[in-house]
Design a protein around this ligand. Structure first.
Ligand code: SAH
Length: 466
C-alpha cells in the first residue's frame, strides 16, 4: 500500500533498483513504483513526478546525486528527448550486460527455462577490433514536419509520441545517410517545400527514407509525399547524384492518415530499382519495401550463429520461415548442396527479391513461397518434410498454429531467431511443452545504444526415436 498520496510535481529522492524494457530506471518512493527515463540502476536521484497513476508513476530525472560508475556522457545532443537511443547514457559494456540479462530473465520467468541446462554463448557485441557501436545503421526513416519558423524539419519522434525532435545528423547512422539527409533538407528549405502537418493532414513531405548497402556503398533515397509531384525534383536529383554511391531515387505517395511510412505506391524516379549488398559472400538485392537487417556487421555474426545452430550436414531439407529477401535462406542453401531450402515470406516484393537473389548467386536448391507462414506452412511442410526449421518472426513472435505445424513435422532442430525476448520466451515455452528442448542460446547486439535485443536459440527434439 502506498503510504503517501503522490501528486504531480512532487519531488523526491530515490534509489534506482532496476531497468525497464525501454531503458528507463525503476525505483520506489514509500513503496510506490516510479519509472525514471535516463536514470541507471544503483543511482541515487532526485526526481519530479510527472504522471501519477494508481500503481505506478512516471517521474522526470532532476538530478543524479550518486552517478553509476557505468554512466557515460551521451554523444548525441538529443539523446534524452529522442525516442531512438534509450541506452546512450550507459557504457557499451554495460549495455551488453543489460541485454544479456534481459534475455536470460525473460527465458527464465516467461519461458520457464532452467538456464543451468542451457549452453549460453557470450553476447556478440560491436566491441571487437575495428568495430564501433556508432554509425552502424544502413537504414533511416526521418519524419519531416514543419518547424516553428515555418520551414521543414526532419528528425525523430520523442518516445511514445509524434512530437518531432529535430536532428541534423544521427550518431548511429552511416555518415553517408546523414549526408543525404542534409542534401534533402537543404533543398526543401531552399525551395520552401512544406513538411507534413499531421493535425491538418496537409503539407507535402512526410518522410525521408534512406538505405545504404554496407559492402557496396550503394544508396537508395525514397521520399514519402502526400502527392506525386515534388517541385524541382530534377534539382534535388542533380544534388543527390553528387553523393557517393547514389543509386536510386524513389517517390512514394502516401496520402492516408496512417503511421505506416511507405504508401502502396512506390515509384522509381531515377536509377536502379534496387540496391545491392553482400553478407558473408552472398549478394542481395534490396527494394524499398523489403525487410533487411539494419546492422550489416552484426547480421553476418547472427546468421553465422543461426547456421552453426542448424548443424547441417549437407543433405537436409531446411525451412526458413519469415525469410524476408532470403538472406538466411541463402546462407543455409550454401550449407546443404545436396538438400534444399524453402523460404516463406508474406511481402510479395521481398519474395521477388528473394528469388532474384537465389538466381544472382546461382543457387538452384532454394525456392520461395509468398504468404503468411501460418497459412502456407501446413500443406507445404507435409509435402516436403523438414529436417531443420529456422524461424525469424517479427516482434509478435510465431503464430500458435505455426508452432504446432512445425512440431507435427518433427524436425530434428528448430533454430529460433528473435527480435523480442518476451515473445521468444513465450514460444520457447510452447515448443518445450511440445517436446523441444532449448540447447544453446546467444544474444547478438544488433542495436547498440538502443534497447532491442536479438537472440538465436537452438532447440532440439527430445524424442530421438521419431
Ligand atoms: N529473416 C529475414 C527477415 C526477418 S524479419 C532477415 O533476417 O532478413 C521478419 C519477416 O517476416 C519480414 O520480412 C516480414 O515481412 C515477414 N512476415 C511478417 N509476418 C509474416 C507472416 N505471418 N508470415 C510470413 N512472413 C511474415
Amino acid at each position: 500500500m502506498t503510504e503517501k498520496q503522490w501528486k504531480k510535481n512532487d519531488e523526491t529522492e530515490i534509489l534506482i533498483e532496476d531497468m525497464g524494457k525501454d531503458g528507463e530506471g525503476i525505483g520506489h518512493a514509500d513503496g510506490y513504483t516510479l519509472f525514471v527515463k535516463g536514470a541507471l540502476p544503483g543511482e541515487r536521484v532526485r526526481v519530479r513526478l510527472m504522471k501519477v497513476k494508481k500503481r505506478m508513476g512516471f517521474a522526470r530525472l532532476m538530478e543524479v546525486i550518486t552517478p553509476s560508475p557505468q554512466r557515460v556522457t551521451p554523444v548525441c545532443p538529443v539523446a534524452g528527448p529522442c525516442g531512438g537511443c534509450t541506452l546512450q547514457h550507459l557504457s557499451y559494456e554495460a549495455q551488453l550486460e543489460v541485454k544479456e540479462n534481459t534475455v536470460r530473465n525473460c527465458l527464465q520467468r516467461i519461458g520457464g527455462v532452467d538456464l543451468e541446462k542451457v549452453e549460453w554463448l557470450p553476447i556478440q557485441g560491436m566491441n571487437g577490433e575495428n568495430e564501433s557501436p556508432w554509425h552502424y545503421r544502413n537504414k533511416a526513416q526521418f519524419p519531416v514536419r514543419m518547424g516553428k519558423d515555418g520551414t521543414a524539419e526532419a528528425g525523430f519522434f520523442a518516445s511514445g509520441s509524434h512530437r518531432l525532435i529535430p536532428v541534423e545528423s544521427c550518431q548511429i547512422q552511416h555518415p553517408v545517410i546523414n549526408e543525404v539527409l542534409a542534401v534533402v533538407m537543404d533543398f526543401l528549405r531552399e525551395k520552401g517545400i512544406e513538411g507534413y502537418d499531421e493535425e491538418h493532414h496537409s503539407g507535402l513531405v512526410r518522410h525521408i527514407f534512406i538505405r545504404r548497402g554496407y559492402f557496396t556503398g550503394q544508396v537508395m533515397v525514397c521520399l514519402v509525399l502526400m502527392k506525386e509531384t515534388l517541385p524541382e525534383e530534377a534539382v534535388l536529383l542533380e544534388r543527390l547524384k553528387k553523393v557517393e554511391g547514389f543509386t536510386s531515387l524513389y517517390i512514394s505517395v502516401n496520402s492516408r492518415r496512417t503511421n505506416v511510412i511507405l504508401g502502396e505506391d512506390v515509384r522509381l524516379r531515377f536509377g536502379k530499382a534496387y540496391i545491392e549488398d553482400e553478407i558473408g559472400g552472398v549478394r542481395y538485392q534490396i527494394s524499398p519495401k523489403s525487410f533487411y537487417q539494419v546492422n550489416p556487421v552484426q547480421t553476418q555474426k547472427l546468421y553465422a550463429r543461426a547456421l552453426d545452430f542448424a548443424g547441417l550436414q549437407g543433405h537436409e531439407t531446411v525451412w526458413d520461415l519469415y525469410c524476408g529477401i532470403g538472406t538466411i535462406s541463402l546462407f543455409l542453401a550454401k550449407a546443404v548442396p545436396q538438400g534444399k531450402v524453402v523460404g516463406v515470406e508474406i511481402v510479395p516484393e521481398a519474395v521477388e527479391n528473394a528469388r532474384e537473389n537465389a538466381k544472382l548467386n546461382g543457387f538452384e536448391n532454394v525456392s520461395f513461397r509468398c504468404g503468411a507462414a501460418e497459412d502456407v506452412a501446413p500443406g507445404l511442410l507435409e509435402k516436403y518434410g523438414a529436417d531443420v526449421v529456422v524461424v525469424d518472426p517479427p516482434r509478435k513472435g510465431c503464430d500458435g498454429r505455426l508452432l504446432e505445424t512445425m512440431v507435427s513435422m518433427a524436425p530434428e532442430k528448430i533454430v529460433y531467431v528473435s527480435c523480442d525476448p518476451a515473445t521468444l520466451a513465450r514460444d520457447v515455452k510452447r515448443l518445450g511443452e511440445m517436446g523441444y528442448e532449448l540447447k544453446r542460446c546467444q544474444v547478438t547486439d544488433m542495436f547498440p545504444q538502443g534497447g532491442h535485443c536479438e537472440t538465436v536459440c537452438e532447440m532440439e527434439r527430445e524424442d530421438k526415436t521419431l
